[in-house]
Design a protein around this ligand. Structure first.
Ligand code: SF4
Ligand code: SF4
Ligand code: SF4
Ligand code: SF4
Length: 584
């Protein structure tokens, strides 16, 4: 099969795979809001959004982000110089090699007259870009396997990427080196292009190539007579110089050729240049065809994500475009691990070995979830645990070098799981402050559904909540319940409450109701009292407990230093534990 046929096949696979991957951005769904939006609407909104952006002042923002974040990758530089340098080497070198060398027939030939890969600046630049990529890959290996950057998890896709890039680069350099030393290659070129037949002239040219071009000849060995070399130089100038720059410019290939020259004849006899050519081309074409399915796809999507995020804003952009961007962001992740390094709950991963706790690892699971694939109950539980433990603290979003709005992503995934009503529920963070902040943007029934479900689950086990009477009987004090409030030191602070009601006065949930007592049952200061008196059912049965947003305002304002929010948090966990124990 010819080179151009195999390239065309690889490009065709790449093109089809690209179309398939881009189609998933419009088909996959994350979050409750995106369920209602049809694919055609998302495609139409994307086109409209692009046109509106390009023909508006936002184009200047796009240009700025393109230069600073896409070309110079300053977001990575802010985080870590070594990683920035590594990324620039791999990304810059790889893209330039792809455009100038791999696609030379389509791009370089069209741009430059008399292009030959064996003349300068192309020969020198090919080596320079290749060395950049190798340096980048070496730094990547060093960071992952020697420096062992914390929470930088290496998965199969990372290893595949490192291997394929390393094989392409190293086979390219060795191919160049073996071609330099191969006598049969030299002979073929002389026969095809020189037009020489005089034995003396042929000998002079060969001597010149042995001395200056590193060719290993079975017939000639240096040192050579100056007169022969001068004649060879003249013949070279007239027959070969137009297509062959001095090999020293290909510094990586030439350096390697010098090292292998003692076995140059054996290499030629073993037809190693041909084997390396097939290996190099095959690795390139496999890499190209598989690129849209691999981690390397981020070399396109990360840039798109940075550009899209710079001009899109929740609440202002079309909801259909927000839904599309969120799916696209899953492909933009470079699996760099920065988010996991900064994540405020990543420390839990040391105790609970669920990789979905780490934001960088959760992306792959969320991708499977968004695709609509049927996941096993265990896989679902793992994702649930990962997203429920997240505090929506925003730290991952701030540091993500490709600008993925991770906070939004986790919130949407959590809402999807909450609404689907998967039975397992964890430490109640889904009913958290961030969710309260997002209340306005959530459909009322969707917001309340999980809260009602949590309440019902507790009510089914707590006698007091089942009672319909307005005046409720006082439940007997439950001392074991009181002593159960000991997970954290703060949870015991309810005992110093002197009932000033400051906590209740500052509580945004309480102030949300005209008649809070009726809507919420016990108010924060009363729950502190109930805890103090050991009235378990009374404390568990209060709607206030389940409506608390964990905003910490009460805790911050309490003059007695009662950790009101922490007490409420522990009460919720105790309630869940109580329900589980009764259910067994
Ligand atoms: S928002 Fe969640 S995932 Fe992101 S850093 Fe905070 S806790 Fe971690
Ligand atoms: S989400 Fe962002 S920070 Fe996290 S691994 Fe992916 S690219 Fe890196
Ligand atoms: S503010 Fe503190 S002392 Fe006052 S009622 Fe609330 S918990 Fe008790
Ligand atoms: S943390 Fe305190 S102030 Fe905030 S919602 Fe809960 S009870 Fe109210």
């Amino acid at each position: 099969m010819s080179l151009s046929t195999s390239l065309t096949i690889a490009l065709a696979i790449f093109g089809l795979a690209l179309i398939y991957k881009v189609s998933t951005w419009f088909r996959y769904k994350i979050g409750i809001q995106s369920i209602e939006i049809r694919t055609s609407e998302r495609v139409f909104s994307a086109l409209k959004g692009i046109l509106l952006t390009v023909f508006s002042p936002k184009i200047l923002t796009l240009l700025k982000v393109f230069v600073l974040d896409v070309l110079l990758q300053l977001r990575i530089l802010k985080e870590d110089f070594l990683r920035w340098f590594m990324h620039l080497c791999i990304y810059g070198g790889f893209m330039l090699l792809l455009l100038m060398h791999a696609l030379d027939k389509y791009i370089t030939v069209a741009l430059f007259n008399n292009y030959y890969p064996t003349i300068n600046p192309f020969m020198f630049l090919r080596n320079l870009f290749g060395v950049f990529v190798i340096l980048g890959v070496a730094i990547a290996i060093y960071r992952r396997f020697i420096l062992k950057v914390p929470r930088l998890i290496t998965n199969a896709m990372d290893i595949y990427t490192i291997i394929i890039v390393a094989v392409i680069m190293l086979s390219g350099i060795f191919l160049e080196a073996t071609k330099m030393v191969a006598y049969s290659d030299y002979q073929r070129m002389v026969n095809e292009y020189s037009g020489l037949s005089d034995p003396q002239e042929l000998k002079a040219l060969e001597a010149y190539w042995v001395k200056e071009f590193g060719t290993v000849s079975p017939n000639l060995k240096g040192p050579f007579d100056e007169k022969i070399l001068a004649q060879g130089r003249d013949l070279h100038q007239s027959s070969c110089a137009e297509c062959h720059a001095k090999p020293q410019w290909a510094f990586a290939g030439y350096g390697t050729a010098k090292v292998i020259s003692p076995i140059g004849l054996k290499i030629d006899r073993a037809r190693l240049p041909s084997l390396l050519w097939y290996l190099h081309v095959l690795a390139c074409w496999v890499g190209l065809a598989y690129l849209p399915f691999s981690k390397m796809f981020h070399i396109f999507t990360s840039q798109l994500s940075l550009l899209a995020n710079s001009v899109m804003e929740k609440g202002k952009s079309f909801p259909a475009n927000i839904a599309t961007r969120q799916v696209m962001e899953l492909d933009a992740c470079t699996h760099c691990g920065t988010c996991s390094l900064r994540c405020s709950v990543a420390i839990v991963f040391d105790e609970i070995p669920n990789i979905n706790i780490l934001p960088s690892e959760k992306i792959a699971s969320v991708k499977a979830l968004a695709s609509g694939k049927k996941l096993s109950p265990q896989a679902l539980r793992n994702i649930q645990e990962g997203v429920y433990l997240c505090t929506n603290c925003y730290r991952c979003t701030v540091v993500c070098p490709v600008g993925i709005n991770l906070q939004d992503l986790w919130f949407n995934v959590r809402e999807t799981l909450l609404q689907k009503g998967y039975p397992e529920f964890f430490a109640l963070s889904p009913l958290s402050f961030y969710r309260g902040l997002m209340r306005e943007q959530t459909v009322r029934k969707d917001y309340e559904k999980p809260l009602i479900r949590a309440r019902e689950a507790i009510a089914s086990q707590c006698d007091l909540m089942k009672r319909k009477e307005k005046v409720l009987p006082l439940t007997p004090a439950d001392r074991p319940f009181q002593s159960g409030l000991n997970l954290s030191a703060q949870a015991r602070t309810f005992s110093v409450c002197f009932g000033c009601q400051t906590c209740t006065t500052v509580c945004p949930v309480v102030s949300n109701y005209d008649n809070p007592q009726e809507a919420l049952g016990l108010l924060p200061h009363q729950i502190m009292h109930a805890a103090g008196l050991g009235l378990r059912d009374l404390a568990f049965g209060s709607n206030m407990l389940w409506d608390c947003l964990t905003c910490y305002q009460c805790q911050e304002q309490c003059p007695q230093g009662v950790s009101v929010t922490d007490v409420l948090y522990e009460l919720k966990n105790l309630a869940i534990k109580h329900v589980r124990e009764r259910a067994l």
